[in-house]
Design a protein. Structure first.
Length: 374
């Protein structure tokens, strides 16, 4: 947390270097702080976010990703279409706690594109797929859905958008991998004995709704970017239960995201990001910062590398690296477990890899965008 406060303080005193030959924009996956005169607005947004973080404490976890900035549709449908280019495809794979018997494996895939632009209005649509598998009972969570967002430009550097999502979700379990008290003979567990439980192997498909809002800042002639948004999933609180005699509603998940990059030199950016989410009694906070170095930007051939260090409060330290080459971004991270569970994990938390491709067409000569921020 002091790292965030230090970074905000630096932003108010750092003098922006003059423009040079580097015209490379940052990856749309990392969002940006803005130099004055927008410092007051930025500090207000950041202060509210910090207050929100301090009010939360880690008391549990739900499906999550350390590189959440590579998977924005998961937490906020209003981020649909908020990227450089016309189309975006992303995938994330996470393997957590593989050193203990109750390992978790998660996958997320998404695609979104800018479908229609009319003046200062942009309509974007997306598709989202998520799957998670955990434990001896192969407890699974699968969700598929679509998202849509309407973004309104506020001048040439800012935009605000709202988004909505609709999908179907299902939980499943392999009851054959579990044992119950009625299968205990007094000496051993006999899986052939009836469990006497009224359980199903899956919950069936249930509809789920999501919504959110996002504010974006990004001048066309700079690598500076800033995004701040709030999203809510499972607004309709669908009913889930493996028990045939009971129905339990899925709690709503609320997520707050903020992050950005700040251009401090011709080939160097500072990056910072944060996320806080709550789902019933489960709460999670991730904050981090790092640097992004432009390795090459000649005749449209862009290469960059980013190093960051984050913390999931009360749970893990997360070093991460991202490689960028033209339209591609590949991110790698590893959770170093610091919670009391480290006794079982020996500090080995989880490995995560993300891949993002953006279709960025080359504009024709003398082409003029109707709205520069899009």
């Amino acid at each position: 947390m002091p790292l965030f406060l230090l970074l905000v303080g630096c932003l108010g005193t750092t003098k922006r270097p003059p423009r040079a030959s580097i015209a490379t924009k940052p990856s749309p996956l990392i969002w940006t702080f803005i130099p004055p005169p927008f410092l007051d607005m930025r500090l207000s947004i950041f202060t509210l976010f910090l207050i929100f973080l301090f009010r939360l404490s880690v008391s549990g976890q739900d499906l999550h990703y350390s590189q959440f900035y590579l998977n924005p549709l998961h937490s906020n449908p209003a981020t649909t279409g908020v990227f450089e280019g016309n189309m975006r495809f992303s995938g994330l794979y996470r393997s957590q706690w593989s050193s203990v018997p109750v390992s978790y494996q998660s996958f997320a895939g998404a695609a979104d594109w800018k479908a229609l632009q009319r003046g200062t209005n942009l309509i974007s649509v997306g598709f989202l797929l998520q799957h998670d598998r955990a434990g001896d009972g192969a407890l699974t969570w699968t969700q598929v859905g679509v998202t849509g967002a309407v973004t309104q430009a506020l001048g040439e550097t800012q935009a605000i958008g709202v988004g909505f999502g609709f999908g179907f979700a299902q939980r499943g379990v392999d009851l054959g991998g579990l044992t119950f008290k009625n299968q205990w003979t007094g000496d051993v567990f006999d899986r052939n004995l009836p469990s006497m439980e009224t359980l199903n192997n899956s919950t069936g498909l249930v509809p789920t709704l999501s919504g959110g809002a996002n504010w974006h800042y990004g001048p066309a002639d700079s690598r500076n970017r800033l995004d701040a948004g709030i999203g809510a999933s499972h607004l309709n609180r669908p009913k889930f239960s493996f028990d045939q005699t009971a129905q339990t509603r899925l709690p709503m998940r609320v997520t707050l995201n903020i992050g950005g990059t700040f251009e401090v030199a011709e080939r160097l950016d500072l990056v910072a990001f944060g996320m806080a989410q709550q789902m019933a009694g489960a709460r999670e906070i991730v904050v981090g910062a790092g640097v992004r170095s432009i390795l090459s930007s000649v005749a449209g051939n862009m290469m960059a590398v980013q190093f960051s260090l984050a913390t999931r409060t009360g749970d893990a330290i997360i070093p991460a690296v991202q490689f960028e080459r033209n339209n591609w971004t590949v991110g790698l991270s590893y959770d170093v477990n610091t919670s009391p569970f480290k006794v079982a994990t020996d500090y080995r938390g989880g490995f995560e890899i993300g891949v993002v491709y953006r279709n960025i067409p080359v504009p024709p000569l003398k082409a003029v965008k109707t709205c520069p921020i899009f």
